[in-house]
Design a protein around this ligand. Sequence first.
Ligand code: FEO
Length: 394
Amino acid sequence: MNNSIVYKLTDKLYMIRYNDTEIKYFEALWEIPEGITYNSYLYLGEKTILFDTWKKGKCTEYIESIKKIIEPEKIDYLVIHHMEPDHSGCIKEIIKYNPNLTIISHPLVNKMIRTFYGINNYNFRAIKDNEVLEIGDAKLRFIYTPWLHWPETIMTYLEKDKILFSGDAFGSYSIPKEIYADKADKKYIEYMKKYFVTVIGHYRQHVLKNLEKLSKINIEPKIIAPLHGALWKDYSYLVELYSKWAKAVSDNNKVTIIYSSMYGYVEAMIKKIIDELTKRGCDVHIYKFTDTEHSFISEVLMDVIDSKAIILGTATYETGIFPYMRYIVQLLIDKVNSRKKMLIVTSYGWGGVAGRLLKKMLEQSQFEIIDIIEFNNTYTPEMFEKIVSVINKL
Ligand code: FEO
């Protein structure tokens, strides 16, 4: 199956994209049945400049795709925006075709190339932050954007053409049908949000710093070219989205419920809670871990980032928190940590402990625990009254 796309974006610029339909877990962690793309770009001016490569293991197809445009021996420069192997995986193959080409990147990248790929003989040009290089007819401004998504990450602004190569930032999961994204495509925006929270969510404070930095540099991109997913033409919309997600701004009405239920006791309580929330017109998103269904954790994170409140329901397991719930709460702390109201519901067979342990886990986070409702398997009418009063507080 041919998964590569070569697309002419401008007179001189091509996109070379791999549609990864086989991947199941991005970074071996995040469930992505929608797949992902790896985007590389090739500029054919007075000099030939390649921007990033593809994932390790896809290099034969990558070289074949480049050959549809130009002989790889003719590549003069390779700009590396990010060293994660989903983009740097074919550096070695590119150098084989032209050992004299020059790699341009952040100073940290020089050592990373050696340690990641065992390559020692190549030309490397380290760039300074906000440095401008004229390469043939191309004028490139290089901007350090640390922690989007690693410390060495940079963006490049092609000045005359007003194209911003944004690296992982503004990228997305899924394999878009169209080359350019449409902001009316709500499903695609959800995939972008899922990518943002799972991949960059941990560095949300750096996202805000980098957005501020970019706002002070005189750039007005007409095309934004990320390393994953569709390209964009609306830069201000992207800044707005990233700012909102980095601040974990809530949709006022949205509540996300995440629960585990081994024998249905927690689930019965959660159903009551869902009824109460629905009566109040809340937009309720439900994720569950039961003996018949396991939700995708990547989608839990996607929904939590813009929820007003979070409800955690967990069974007690081996005198502790049900393992999936412990893992999810740790991820919430790592990637979403923000001022959101939280209600904890736990059930136990012979000794309540999960609520106390969850409270301890969440103590140092910014989440605001409204209440912890613990019950001994079946719930009583008094407990139901309590639920109603707690939901009112939420
Ligand atoms: Fe798409 Fe951080 O790599």
